[in-house]
Design a protein around this ligand. Structure first.
Ligand code: 5AD
Length: 348
């Protein structure tokens, strides 16, 4: 466990050391890593689990990522929510106890900078005690600044993979890792709590890719990290590929918790889809965030990034009571709180 302890103490592992940590995993090692990661999360955030209300407000997308079910070339039935519909999702969410809303969508040109700004101002003025997270992809720094000035607090933009060759195999050539990274740097500069992240088990991913991802995260120090298993979607070039491993996803979540003790780390919907108890397993591996769905019922079946995506039970905003109950049985508590990033200052 020497390397794991070193990681917890903030050491930067060499590639060779990372390779060892990633390839020598077995059940016993993983269980110890999960326990250590849980203890770190408890030290920073206590037994609190933060919830975010996910509003999937458009599934139009101009990009054509090979893995994604709402890519431009997919036959998805497209929709956009109006400002009124979005506000009404927030209103129900607020009543359930959500104090963070996540506006997530494809890269939809209809939502111009001005339309986004208007939307952000509307949500922030109606719900001033709530945090607003955006997840709308790559924009110019000028657009990001506008969003920030309009009141957006956080931004999710997974880097997808920190390996340039791998990035090219997941995306058409118009999309580059360099641009992705420059967007992430801009978001951080502008003061967003910034989220990066990647899929586990995406086609062509190797141990070397994970090393690149982990070293990137250690360097960039995002406030949030989204990690979920790759799950194939039938209408994409990766339709016939295998899904990613749940166990490896959990292990990576735990490693990220050890490396970035204060990180806001969701047990993702993909994890909850790939495994019956994925959400609970994620929490026991160090996650401290769950993002139930607040989108209107009639569009939930249309925002399908991968097949069989779950939007009922623990994944449904209106079923928060189920989530609270499940989380309490493992000794944690779902709280009504913005759940901002906390630093370790003053602790330890
Ligand atoms: N399987 C799992 N996750 C996916 N995403 C997109 N498509 C898939 C898929 N097939 C993830 C990407 C994206 C996030 C919103 O969803 O990492 O950044």
């Amino acid at each position: 466990m020497g390397l794991i302890d070193a990681l917890e103490q903030g050491a930067k592992l060499t590639r060779e050391e990372w390779r060892h940590v990633l390839t020598k995993r077995n059940k016993e090692i993983a269980d110890v890593v999960f326990q250590k990661a849980s203890a770190v999360r408890d030290h920073v955030y206590g037994k609190k689990i933060y919830i975010r209300g996910l509003i999937e407000f458009t599934n139009y997308c101009k990009n054509d990522c090979y893995y994604c079910g709402i890519r431009r070339s997919a036959g998805a039935s497209r929709y956009r929510l109006s400002k009124e519909e979005i506000l009404s999702c927030c209103e129900s969410g607020y009543a359930y106890g959500f104090r963070t809303f996540v506006l997530q969508g494809g890269e939809d040109p209809y939502f111009t900078e001005d339309r986004m700004e208007d939307l952000i101002r509307a949500v922030k003025s109606e719900f001033p005690d709530c945090a607003l997270t955006l997840s709308v992809g790559e924009k110019s720094e000028k657009a990001y600044r506008k969003f920030r000035e309009a009141g957006a607090d956080r931004y999710l933009l997974r880097h997808e993979t920190a390996n340039r060759e791998h990035y090219k195999r997941l995306h058409p050539s118009a999309q580059t890792l360099e641009h992705r990274m420059s967007c992430l740097a801009a978001l951080k500069r502008l003061g967003f709590q910034t989220g990066a992240g990647f899929m586990v088990g995406s086609p062509y991913q190797t141990t070397e890719c994970f090393i690149d991802d982990l070293q990137f995260l250690q360097e960039f120090r995002p406030e949030m990290v989204g990690i979920g298993p790759f799950i194939p979607h039938h209408d994409t070039p990766f339709a016939g590929e295998e899904a990613g491993s749940v166990e490896l996803t959990l292990y990576l979540l735990a490693l990220v918790r050890l490396m970035l003790p204060c990180v806001l780390l969701p047990a993702t919907t993909a994890l909850g889809t790939a495994s019956e108890n994925g959400t609970m397993k994620g929490i026991l591996a160090g996650a401290n965030v769950v993002m139930p769905n607040l989108s209107p019922q009639n569009v939930r079946g249309k925002y399908l990034l991968y097949d069989n995506k779950r939007n009922t039970g623990l994944e449904a905003g209106e079923s928060l009571a189920l989530l609270k109950e499940a989380v309490s049985t493992i000794g944690y508590e779902v709280v009504t709180d913005r759940g901002d990033y906390q630093s370790l200052k003053g602790k330890k």
